[in-house]
Design a protein around this ligand. Structure first.
Ligand code: GLU
Length: 372
């Protein structure tokens, strides 16, 4: 069986605290250097990579001289704020050595649940990818503590995979993958090379949290794989110190545990649009825009919009209809209904004058649009 990474163009790689900081000894320059070398090589092949890295708390604890992980969340949050400086600096230095630019992105679950922030985060990340810059993401631990409490960024990794519609999520960890029972205590534990993401028996197999540094045990990884599969991304859980693990996975070698997504990406995206989002309004478009959308696979530009129905905000899902009122597509709008009314039938060169600022030329970007 060949790895899901073989044909994957957009890949999210998540690394946990104990790997990044070599069991809490401080940011591990060699390990990060190794991943950065592989990420840069994959980017040079034309793949798009996003890194989700924990390790801020562990590095912060070291910088503050704390020997053991405090229980108080505010102390952990403070340690994360201190450690994030070192973490970002290390990725920046290492990626630059391999000729790649990096960007720091701190996100929270609430950011991704809010339509407007979701769209903002999505367009920022996609713009970074277009410019061959590698986003290095962590949870914004100052304002939330979800991953500190539960996940060590496993959930965040999956949310990011959903956000950028990755083809694959790689969770690098200090274990070789998933076992049917805890291999440290059960000699009968069997290694799981592959399974379908979301299969109920997986959740029964995975025990509690593993190491004392991060919070994520196998269970959070299994749940992350299930969530990633929701947007059509398969997940690989592998040992982060396996030599050239990312390059070998991308070449098709099966390493670790693969939890495959059973729904293809496009179908998953359609389902997501249909299931999760209430339709807030609609736009009617002219015949020229219909051709651009349906035959040429283009984005919807305001110039092709002749009327706007309903009240909606940036990031809401709206319907796109033809002049006869038939629904042709659904998508996430870049503009509110008030703005859309101002720029309907207008070329993008006039947007700045009409709105007072220059934003996206599209009303609905192709990436955020699903044809009916
Ligand atoms: N965002 C946290 C970090 O980077 C999560 C990991 C943890 O809980 O240790 O340190």
């Amino acid at each position: 069986m060949s790895s899901a990474l073989k044909g994957a163009r957009r890949i999210v790689v998540k690394v946990g605290s104990s790997l990044v900081t070599n069991e809490g000894r401080g940011v591990d320059s060699e390990a990060i250097g190794n991943w950065c070398r592989q990420l840069a090589a994959l980017a040079a092949e034309g793949r798009e990579l996003v890194m989700v890295s924990s390790g801020a708390i562990a590095e912060g604890m070291k910088r503050l001289g704390w020997a053991s992980r405090p229980k108080e969340l505010h102390k952990l949050q403070a340690a994360a704020a201190v450690g994030q400086m070192g973490l970002a600096q290390m990725y920046e230095t290492k990626l630059r050595e391999y000729g790649m630019g990096s960007a720091q992105v701190l996100l929270t679950h609430a950011d991704l649940a809010d339509r407007e922030r979701y769209l903002n985060a999505r367009s920022t990340l996609l713009t970074l990818l277009q410019h061959h810059v590698l986003p290095v993401i962590n949870e914004n631990d100052t304002v939330v503590n979800d991953e500190i409490k539960f996940g060590d960024n496993d959930t965040l990794g999956a949310l990011v995979a959903n956000l950028v519609e990755a083809d694959a999520l790689v969770i690098l960890t200090d274990q070789r993958g998933l076992y049917s029972a805890d291999p440290r205590t059960d000699p009968a534990a069997r290694f799981i090379a592959n399974a379908v993401a979301g299969a109920p028996e997986l959740e029964l197999m995975a025990g509690g949290a593993g190491s004392s540094l991060g919070r994520g045990g196998m269970i959070t990884k299994i749940l992350a794989a299930k969530r990633a599969a929701g947007s059509g991304a398969s997940t690989v859980i592998a040992w982060g110190r396996e030599p050239d693990v990312l390059l070998r996975l991308a070449a098709g070698e099966a390493i670790g545990t693969e939890l495959s997504a059973s729904t293809p990406k496009l179908a998953a995206r359609k389902q997501w649009m249909v299931d999760h989002l209430q339709l807030r309004g609609a736009v009617s478009i002219d015949a020229g825009a219909v051709v651009k959308l349906q035959r040429e696979g283009k984005s919807l530009l305001p110039i092709g919009v002749h009327s706007v129905q309903g009240e909606f905000h940036r990031g809401d899902v709206i319907a796109v209809r033809n002049a006869a009122g038939q629904e042709l597509a659904r998508g996430l709008t870049n503009y509110s209904s008030a703005e859309a009314r101002l720029i309907a039938r207008k070329p993008s060169t006039e947007f700045e004058r009409l709105l007072g600022y220059a934003a996206e030329p599209e009303l609905i970007h192709r990436d955020n649009l699903v044809l009916s």
